[in-house]
Write a protein that binds this ligand. Structure first.
Ligand code: BDP
Length: 730
């Protein structure tokens, strides 16, 4: 049984002896995220004060007001006291911010704002009336706010404010969080408490947390949020909820965060009194048009709808023998007059299908290329299965030249140890973004597909399934915050390096001391690979426990649908392990562009990390390392456990750099992760050994318990599991 459950029983008996007193509130409970603005070290105060000696705002707007508040708040914290707010530059060190329209000083500088575009900014060291100053300028107010966050980041990460010449603009238009929040407060796959949207007290009470959420999003350039689960409820489209959504939209508006809603395809029937939701029925189309008009009356800048249709039991156009394009186009026409968009998900697989599940989205959507309205983004998960610790890229990225594709990643770590495991996902997303589809020859990376440059898409987007909940620290653990941060930064600029982002985040979240930054960044950079190693390397996938996906269950053959069963994916038998997706198997390789397909078809040229995803490989297959496949697999399991042990050791030596509250939590979670890694390793080896029938290599310890022991572990309540309890009565 996993460590945490054994201990939970022990704690329960202690608690009976008396009330547990709450620990005193601490400023370092993680609420401030990466916007901590704690005072800089003494040697930095002088230089930064000199460069931030006056604040010169222009005329006000809600967004410029937010920019000014942030600047004052940031500088007050970082420098110990705020600089004065003046109307004129009177000495060196003024910060002038605004658009040419809002600020006469900005207008007078004639800064070239072309590189800033609609949402970007320019930060430049300038001279005004003989005084050294810094200008933060943009074409639109929102760019000014983004620029202010960048300026503060320079101080937060201890960079010089001299000779600044920065311009930055987002490479992707729609940078959106997808909340999988239900109206009853449960967050599907949420590991940070319940939903932050308190629907019951909205619209009357506006929790200050809504503003802090918007600030956090704006600080990393996120400009949209889908408030509710893709497994949608039609109720959110009823008038009382539209009013609640409008109240949130009003809070978010100054921060440039637009609201979107998940739309349940059967809404016209469920809340509209219609007999059908057939997208080609004129009454259905006009119901949606009227619904869109109603929403836009309440929320003029409403973003549009996200739709999960005909997937995992959700209703959709296929219920009426219509295509995904028919459904999406009907909704697109409803929001088009208001400038709205539709994000139609490609995460589909049929209820009853003998086909390899990873092929289904391509099979359904490839024939529809070019058939979608221009305000539709097809939202495609990074891989063709389901947010596994590692997957090859989704073949649709190389197959829809006439359709704007939006990348969907999962920030919440459903399959990577949830909130307790330390797994920095910047590296995973970097791997996806830089993968080559070969759609238009070498260099056709996913990055270029989604930023629109490869196929000249006018509409671009990226979505991240949020890891935000009502927990005080927002994400359920300190390190989980790094994934929210990394998503925003990569959405703004998908060419940023995961390492650079990790470093920024560590500096802002914990400490700028190199003795802390270096080991922690190194730890983060290797952390996702460690999860891959201890959960199943070499291209194995979907070996997690039923439903809640926490912990190993490679033996599971009971799930009600075959493609939910781990045995469906690993296909271990006496000969070997892996899913043959070459021409002798499911031929999923053929969905990739010819050079990629040829590479994957051949076991010799298939990248080792995807070996068992594409091939069924004999246990004694000689790997390039000289080991057999079996010993290589075991080596990965061992490596994963060792890595987590090393992370624990590294962290244990860093207590002097971190406040006790966060330090203790990370330590406890790493201890938990070590147990989980061992559990994964031991359970998987015990199981796969029944097929390989081979001994463990020298130095690799036998599993601690029997296979039966691991198979009998069942955790009834894992957070975020919509169908818990899973094992009542056991
Ligand atoms: C899977 C989750 C499930 C989601 C689904 C989706 O297990 O809860 O509803 O993805 O993306 O990963 O729609």
């Amino acid at each position: 049984m996993p460590h945490r459950f054994v201990r939970a029983l022990a704690l329960a008996s202690i608690a009976c002896w008396g009330a547990i007193t709450a620990s005193p509130a601490s400023a370092e409970d993680g609420y401030e995220l990466w916007l901590r603005y704690h005072r800089v070290e003494d040697q930095w105060v002088g230089p930064y004060r000199a460069a931030a000696a006056q604040i010169i705002p222009g005329s006000d707007s809600d967004t410029l007001h937010a920019a000014q508040s942030e600047l004052v708040r940031g500088l007050s914290g970082l420098l110990g006291s705020p600089p004065p707010i003046d109307t004129d530059v009177t000495h060196d060190g003024a910060i002038i911010f605004g658009t040419p329209k809002s600020s006469r000083q900005v207008a007078g500088l004639h800064v070239d704002l072309a590189p800033a575009g609609a949402e970007g900014y320019v930060i430049r060291s300038v001279t005004i009336s003989g005084h050294a100053a810094t200008v933060i300028a943009a074409n639109q107010d929102i760019g000014v706010l983004y620029g202010v966050f960048h300026f503060l980041r320079l101080i937060q990460t201890r960079q010089t404010l001299d000779h600044l010449d920065i311009s930055s603009a987002p490479r992707i238009q729609h940078r959106i969080l997808n909340h999988w929040d239900n109206l009853n407060g449960l967050v599907e796959r949420g590991y940070a408490g319940s939903s932050i949207w308190d629907w019951f007290t909205l619209p009357d009470y506006l929790d200050p947390r809504y503003t802090d959420y918007a600030r956090a999003c704006a600080s990393i350039g996120i400009n949209g949020t889908v408030l509710v689960n893709v497994n949608a409820s039609a109720i959110v489209l009823t008038p009382p909820y539209i009013e609640k959504v409008a109240a949130l939209a009003k809070v978010f508006r100054p921060y440039g965060v637009r609201v979107y809603l998940s739309a349940r395809f059967s809404s016209p029937v469920e809340i509209g009194g219609l007999k059908t939701a057939d997208p080609l029925d004129p009454a259905v189309a006009s119901w949606w048009r009227a619904k869109a008009d109603e929403i836009y009356r309440a929320i003029p800048d409403f973003g549009g709808f996200l739709v999960k249709a005909n997937s995992e039991g959700q209703p959709g156009p296929q219920d009426y023998h219509r295509t995904h394009a028919d459904g999406a186009n009907m909704l697109a026409d409803a929001v088009a007059p208001h400038g709205g968009i539709i994000m139609w998900r490609a995460f589909v697989y049929a209820e009853h299908n003998e086909e390899d599940r990873v092929k289904e989205a391509y099979d359904q959507f490839k024939p529809l290329d070019g058939k979608f309205r221009s305000n539709i983004l097809l939202q495609v998960k990074n891989g063709p299965l389901d947010f596994q610790p590692r997957e090859p890229i989704h073949p649709l990225f190389g197959a829809m030249p006439k359709t704007p594709l939006m990348l969907e990643v999962q920030i919440t770590k459903e399959y990577l140890g949830q909130n307790t495991a330390l797994a920095y996902l910047g590296t995973m997303w970097e791997e996806t973004l830089s993968a080559d589809t070969y759609a238009a020859g070498a260099g056709s990376t996913v990055r270029k597909v989604i930023d629109g440059s490869l196929q000249g898409s006018a509409l671009t987007g990226i979505a991240g399934v949020a890891n935000v909940g009502a927990d005080r620290d927002w994400s359920g653990s300190s390190f989980a915050q790094s994934n929210w941060y990394a998503f925003g930064r990569l959405a703004w600029d998908p060419a940023l390096s995961a390492q650079a982002i990790a470093e920024e985040w560590v500096r802002m979240t914990f400490s700028n001391d190199p003795a802390f930054v270096e080991p922690v960044v190194a730890m983060m950079m290797g952390s996702r690979e460690s999860v891959v190693d201890y959960t199943g390397a070499l291209g194995l996938a979907h070996l997690m426990a039923e439903g809640h996906h926490y912990g190993p269950a490679p033996w599971d053959a009971r799930e009600k649908r075959p493609e939910w069963r781990p045995v469906y994916y690993h296909r271990a038998d006496a000969q070997g392990i892996g899913f043959d997706r070459t021409t002798t198997g499911s031929n999923a390789v053929s969905q990739y562009a010819p050079p990629v397909a040829a590479m994957l078809q051949d076991i010799k040229t298939t990248p080792e990390k995807y070996l068992l995803w594409f091939h069924h490989v004999p246990w004694d297959y000689p790997m390039p390392s000289g080991k057999t496949l079996w010993t290589e697999l075991v080596a990965h399991y061992d490596q994963g456990v060792r890595d987590v042990q090393q992370m624990r050791k590294t962290w244990a030596g860093l207590s002097s750099y971190v406040d006790p509250q966060r330090f203790t939590q990370v330590s406890a979670f790493l201890e938990e992760q070590e147990h989980d890694a061992k559990w994964w390793r031991d359970a998987s080896i015990a199981y796969f050994q029944t097929f390989s029938k081979q001994a463990l290599p020298e130095g690799s310890p036998p599993p601690e318990h029997s296979l039966q022991y691991y198979e009998s572990i069942c955790i009834p309540y894992v957070p975020g599991d919509p169908e818990a309890p899973r094992c009542s009565g056991k």
